[in-house]
Structure formats: structure tokens, C-alpha cells
Design a protein around this ligand. Structure first.
Ligand code: PHE
Length: 487
């Protein structure tokens, strides 16, 4: 299925589940913060007020929230009874039982840049902080881009050995069937306390906990050593045996999540078709980098011919525990995207469906929250025709006439601004936006881009006039807001 496969595109790293600071992103995201981005989709004056889910905030020139985002903040799909995102959350929670794990499902989505970035050790020039990637309310306040924004606070509160946080997260992003600017993540952590482990022996305590986990027979590829001096360093505060034990507990716990999800997906498939035979489930661990864990990994699942990234994780940086007043604790953390897991679990073909209020969608999950053993696959209602429209334009020439050539031309342009304009106008009627052509004028160096927008409703047939209406507005907004020249 194309929508779940990884595609090479300009912002491959912006996949809804492709992780925020994952290596794949580092390469594709801009390496400098785009402070020049002029696009402000709400059209609010730089200093004013915005109300988010009942709370009022002062805005400034960093403000870049659009009204369709603000309007969706209150939906909280992860706690809506019988919603597939909420069902997926419950299934994963069942693998991390209370009281060892405490569940936090109601954290407010507005956080400080300190919580979202600084508390986790993101450098000041990290591309994730850019206005083109993150929704800012004002210079110090954002819509969280990941559930890790709450790590430090939950560690500081120190209410349980383990915890899970499920929440809505926000990223300015590409538009296609697996990307939506709002999605849901689950963050988890499990800590061990040096002062509580018998003889202070953390490794032994962790190994004992590993023994207590169930066994599984899934095939796991894990070719790298648990730590590597350059690629995946051991922290100086940990012994190798400690880090190895924590890594083993982490990996085993997450493999069991995959086994749980897929055995339920299989049961759902078999109930629809008793002859169903699945391909053998296979996962692999990949070395990764996150500013707040070391060593770190990503987990990929082999699904319908492709490796699919589903989560990021690692051994929690001791610095975070020290600052949270818990220097005696050490352990692991992970973050996973719930949409992709739910799409696999229920075979949901388009991420926009999660936002649908159509009974033909919601009705298919009714009653399942209380009956998780009765999962059924999603049966798509009719597929409505798509309507492709192209828009080609020259980027603003002002910067190149200032002598910077074609590179200067790109400085204040970011593809996510195009995405945001299209999303603002077309909303959920836009299925996909893809760059189909790009070239630089051989003499002037001026850059031309062409984007193909696929207008398709999930709920009804769009008329050509309607699609034209949207497209005309998009063309106008590109000129007005980004200063491009239509070709
Ligand atoms: N917050 C990371 C992301 O969104 C995932 C992560 C969480 C990685 C916890 C490591 C530990 O990409």
C-alpha cells in the first residue's frame, strides 16, 4: 500500500511518524531556523490574542497558527471512546500495566519552548525549532511537536516507576495520505532507582524484570552492538552492563507491543476471511540519534514489502534526570506515533479519516473500546474520484536581484508554507500535495516550482467547479502570502 510506504520527497523526514529529530529528518530539514518566513496564515496582527481550547495567549511576530488547526485542538481523538486512535492507545497501554506504569492522557497541548526543546537538550539552532516546522503561539510558546515535551515534568513529579503519556502533537508538514499536521503520540518511560535496587545493582534488577516479560517468537534483526563509541555512545554515568540491561528491557517491551498489535490485526483479518494467511512478522532495530537519549534506536516493521518506521527510543540522558531532581534514577524512554499503528491495525488507508465525523467511518468502531477482542478491519466506503490540479510559479526575485543568485532566492521560501496555504483553503478535501517540477533559470538563477494538488473528498464526489474554486483561491494566496509569480 503506497500510503504507508516511505517515499523520497523533499521532506521525507516530515512523515507523520518519521520522528522529529530522527536522522532521516536531519538531512531533509533546513539547517538554519527560518526567521524570515513571512507567512502568517491567521492574518492576525503580530501582537494580539489567541484562544486555544479556552485559554488565552498573547501573540507576537512568531505567531503562525491557522484557524483550522486551532479549531481541531479540542478534538482529543486519543480519549474519544471507540475512536480507533483511542482503541490503539488502550491496546498499547495493556502491555504496560498499572501500577508500575501510570497513564497521563490529559496534558494540555500548549507548552513552552523550554519544555518542548530546551529541557530535552535541543541545541538553539536545531531545525525542529524553525517557524516553518513548528506552530508558534509566540516566541516562547508552541503547540507541542512531540510528547517528549512533558518528560522532564513527569520525571520531576516522580509519581511512578513507569509512565505513558498519550497526546495530540502538532507539526507543520507535507500533505498526503499518511501526513496530517495534527497527530497523536504515546511516550513511555521506565526507570529504576539505585537506592531501591537490591545492593544498588541496577543491572540485576533490570534483568530480573526482563525474566518476568512474556516470550515471543517474532523475528527481530538487531545487527549492532548495544553501544558504540561514536554512533551510539554509552553515557559516562552508566556502566556497560547497566546500559545493556536497560536496552534489552526496552527492546523486549517494545517488541511485545508489536506482537500485541499484529496478533490483534491478524485476528481481525481472520474474522473477515478465515483463509487469511499473513506474511511472517519481522522487525529491525536501527541506530538513531535523539538529543535526550543515548544510546538510541528506531524500530522498523516489515509491512507489505517495505520497512516502516514506528518509534524512537533510548536510554534516558542522565542530565535530564539530574535536572528533574532524580539523579539516582536511570532507565529508558520511547515515543511512537499512534496513527500509523492504528492504520496498520485497522487497515485505514488515509490519515484524514481519523478526523471524519461521518457515521460510515465512526460506526465501524462502535462498541470496540469495551470489547478489544472483537476488532474488525475498516471497510472503506466508496472511493470518490480525485481531481488533480497543478500550480507553477517563480519564487520571488527580490532576493536574487539583491545579488544572491538562486540560493538567496530560496532563503525565505519553505515548502511547508505552501502546504499550510493549501490546507487552510482546502482543508480535508486535499489528499496530497507533491512537487512535480523544479528548475532554475539558466541566466537569472531564478527558481521555478510546480506543485500538483490532488483534491479528493473522503465523503462525497467533488465537482470540478468546486475543485477549481479551491485551486483559484490557492493560486491567489500563494501570490499574496509568499510573493510568488504564477507562471
Ligand atoms: N520524541 C521523539 C520524536 O517525536 C521520539 C522519542 C521519544 C525518542 C522518547 C526517544 C525517546 O521523534
Amino acid at each position: 500500500m503506497k500510503h504507508l510506504t516511505r517515499r523520497h520527497r523533499v521532506s521525507a523526514g516530515t512523515e507523520a511518524l518519521a520522528l522529529f529529530v530522527g536522522l532521516s529528518n536531519a538531512a531533509s530539514r533546513r539547517l538554519v531556523a527560518c526567521t524570515q518566513c513571512r507567512y502568517n496564515s491567521t492574518g492576525t496582527s503580530p501582537s494580539g490574542n489567541v484562544t486555544v481550547d479556552g485559554k488565552s495567549y498573547q501573540t507576537d511576530e512568531w505567531h503562525n497558527l491557522s484557524s483550522n488547526i486551532t479549531a481541531s485542538i479540542s478534538r482529543r481523538l486519543h480519549v474519544q471512546k471507540d475512536h480507533p486512535i483511542s482503541i490503539t492507545r488502550s491496546i498499547i497501554e495493556s502491555r504496560f500495566p498499572s501500577p508500575t506504569f501510570k497513564y497521563h492522557n490529559n496534558f494540555f497541548p500548549v507548552v513552552s519552548t523550554q519544555q518542548n526543546f530546551d529541557s530535552l537538550g535541543f541545541p538553539v539552532d536545531h531545525p525542529g525549532r524553525s517557524k516553518t516546522d513548528t506552530y508558534y503561539i509566540n516566541q516562547e510558546t508552541v503547540l507541542r511537536t512531540h510528547t517528549s515535551a512533558h518528560q522532564a515534568d513527569v520525571f520531576r513529579a516522580n509519581e511512578s516507576e513507569g509512565w505513558l503519556i498519550s497526546a495530540d502533537v502538532y507539526r507543520r508538514d507535507a500533505i498526503d495520505r499518511s501526513h496530517y499536521p495534527i497527530f497523536h503520540q504515546m511516550e513511555g518511560a521506565r526507570m529504576w532507582d539505585r537506592t531501591k535496587a537490591p545492593n544498588g545493582d541496577i543491572a540485576a534488577a533490570v534483568l530480573k524484570d526482563i525474566e518476568a516479560l512474556p516470550k515471543h517468537s517474532m523475528k527481530v534483526e538487531d545487527p549492532n552492538p548495544p553501544t558504540h563509541p561514536e554512533r551510539n555512545p554509552l553515557q559516562k554515568e552508566h556502566s556497560l552492563t547497566e546500559a545493556e540491561a536497560i536496552a534489552a528491557h526496552l527492546k523486549k517491551s517494545l517488541e511485545l507491543v508489536v506482537v500485541e498489535i499484529f496478533s490483534r490485526a491478524k485476528a481481525a483479518a481472520v474474522s473477515a476471511n478465515p483463509d487469511f494467511v499473513d506474511e511472517r512478522l519481522k522487525v529491525r532495530w536501527i541506530e538513531a540519534y535523539f538529543p535526550f537519549t543515548s544510546p538510541s534506536w528506531e524500530l522498523e516493521i516489515f509491512w507489505q514489502g517495505d520497512w516502516l518506521e514506528v518509534l524512537g527510543c533510548g536510554v534516558v540522558k542522565q542530565d535530564i534526570m539530574d535536572k528533574a531532581g532524580q539523579p539516582q534514577q536511570l532507565g529508558w524512554a520511547f515515543g511512537m506515533g499512534l496513527e500509523r499503528i492504528a492504520m496498520l491495525l485497522f487497515e485505514i488507508p488515509d490519515i484524514r479519516l481519523f478526523w471524519s465525523k461521518d457515521e460510515r467511518f465512526l460506526g465501524q468502531f462502535r462498541g470496540l473500546s469495551e470489547n478489544l477482542d472483537n476488532l474488525r478491519r475498516f471497510v472503506p466506503f466508496s472511493k470518490f474520484p480525485s481531481c488533480y490540479k497543478d500550480v507553477a510559479f517563480w519564487l520571488r526575485s527580490s532576493s536574487s536581484s539583491a545579488g544572491g543568485g538562486s540560493r538567496a532566492n530560496t532563503q525565505d521560501f519553505h515548502e511547508n508554507d505552501v502546504m499550510e496555504i493549501v490546507r487552510d483553503i482546502g482543508g480535508d478535501v486535499v489528499e496530497d500535495v507533491a512537487k512535480v517540477d523544479e528548475f532554475a533559470h539558466p541566466k537569472t538563477g531564478r527558481r521555478s516550482l510546480c506543485y500538483r494538488i490532488n483534491y479528493r473528498s473522503l465523503e462525497r464526489t467533488l465537482t470540478n467547479e468546486e475543485a477549481n474554486g479551491y485551486h483559484e483561491q490557492v493560486r491567489k494566496a500563494l501570490v499574496e502570502k509568499l510573493g510568488v509569480e504564477l507562471r
